[in-house]
Design a protein around this ligand. Structure first.
Ligand SMILES: NC(=O)c1ccc[n+]([C@@H]2O[C@H](COP(=O)([O-])OP(=O)(O)OC[C@H]3O[C@@H](n4cnc5c(N)ncnc54)[C@H](OP(=O)(O)O)[C@@H]3O)[C@@H](O)[C@H]2O)c1
Length: 344
């Protein structure tokens, strides 16, 4: 029987490999939920077999009801950077309630570690874009609805952030790749994007095992000393690690101390509460620095025997060379908007 699955956040870095993985097994029809079905990323997905689009906004109940009434399953990755921590906490819960009412068979919440809780509610680890998803995960797993399978897929920083985002190196004039981050001897549980797609498909394919489950995934815990060693080994380029303290890191981050954590917020969207960018990412770096987050790699090997297991394997697979490659849609959209305003 064909299952119709709606993917919220489909056109994003995380959503694209999920749509591909679900579409390519031929048993699913996939609907991509997007604000603009004519965007380049939406059009690219619409060329895949069995993929259609439903246009809407995740903060509009009518759009969500209309979409949920047409499908059997939902994978939901809300965009915390666009809507902010407060909205993500509310809409994360509200979408789950609507899914129950609309008769969804299998609801999958794309989550992140509840860092504040894993840090024993020490404010040092408060990170709104993780905590919002983590709070919603706890809420929905606590409901145990009678007629809906509920699963959580907890990912983490994409390994692809080594191209575009928080982990990307700076290239010095002599070609050296500089990784200057406040990480110390900490390790980050990075996840390869393609494998997020495969785990999401496993969840939909195994409802008996994944019901009530919080599947916490990662490719490998990466420390910065092994990061630069691997970069040198795979690229042949010189790479160095400079361990910064957070004050120095944020002073050089290019973000002002008052900028909101919801840096990609949709113009006009209601944003209240939540943290600044500095506060949010202070909690985030502190969690990695202090190694708060663990993963059960033996379980992940059983679920996905062909998973990418190491940073080196990922670098060879993706031909990593330390240069920039666009990964995040929000960042690409903002670059395009700046260019159309005459900016760089
Ligand atoms: N960066 C990481 O390492 C990482 C890792 C795990 C999880 N996350 C989380 O993933 C989320 C962002 O997704 P992403 O990483 O795929 O980023 P992305 O590439 O920037 O994509 C953003 C996605 O969100 C959708 N979107 C934004 N605002 C929307 C709205 N108001 N209504 C409907 N859709 C909206 C966009 O769809 P349209 O533009 O097509 O409408 C797009 O699909 C964030 O919550 C982030 O915390 C990030």
């Amino acid at each position: 029987m064909t299952t119709k699955i709606l993917v919220i956040g489909a056109t994003g870095a995380q959503g694209i490999p999920i749509v591909r993985a679900l579409a390519e097994d031929g048993r699913n029809e996939v609907s991509i939920f997007t604000r603009d079905a004519s965007s380049a990323r939406a059009k690219m997905l619409l060329e895949l077999p069995g993929v259609t689009a439903l246009q809407g906004n995740t903060m509009n109940e009518k759009d969500i009801y209309d979409a949920f009434r047409r499908v059997d399953g939902v994978y939901c990755n809300l965009d915390g950077f666009a809507i902010g921590e407060v909205n993500e906490t509310f809409w994360g819960i509200r979408l789950f309630e609507i899914a129950n009412e609309a008769g969804i068979d299998h609801y999958v919440w794309g989550s992140l570690d509840y860092l504040q809780k894993k840090g024993n509610f020490n404010n040092k680890y408060r990170c709104g874009h993780y905590d919002a998803k983590g709070r919603v995960a706890e809420f929905i797993l606590g409901q145990r609805p009678k007629s809906m399978t509920v699963s959580v897929l907890t990912s983490g920083p994409y390994m692809e952030m080594l191209y575009d985002g928080m982990f990307a190196p700076r290239t010095l004039p002599d070609g050296t790749l500089l990784f200057a981050h406040p990480i110390g001897e900490g390790k980050v549980p990075m996840i390869h994007l393609d494998d997020i797609g495969k785990y999401a498909r496993w969840i939909f394919d195994h409802p008996d095992r994944s019901n009530g489950m919080d599947l916490e995934i990662a490719t490998e815990h990466v420390g910065w000393r092994s990061l630069v060693e691997n970069v040198q080994k795979v690229t042949g380029k010189k790479a160095v690690f400079k361990d910064l303290d957070q004050a120095e890191y944020f002073a050089n981050s290019g973000m002002s101390a008052t900028a909101p954590a919801a840096w990609a917020q949709t113009p006009g969207a209601p944003i209240s509460g939540g943290q600044t960018f500095w506060e949010n990412f202070s909690g985030w770096w502190s969690a990695w620095h202090d190694n708060l987050v663990t993963r059960d790699y033996a379980l992940l090997d059983r679920i996905l025997p062909d998973r990418v297991r190491t940073l080196e394997e990922w670098m060879r697979k993706t031909k990593y060379d330390g240069s920039f490659r666009p990964i995040l849609k929000d960042r690409a959209d903002m670059r395009d908007a700046r260019r159309s305003d005459g900016g760089p």
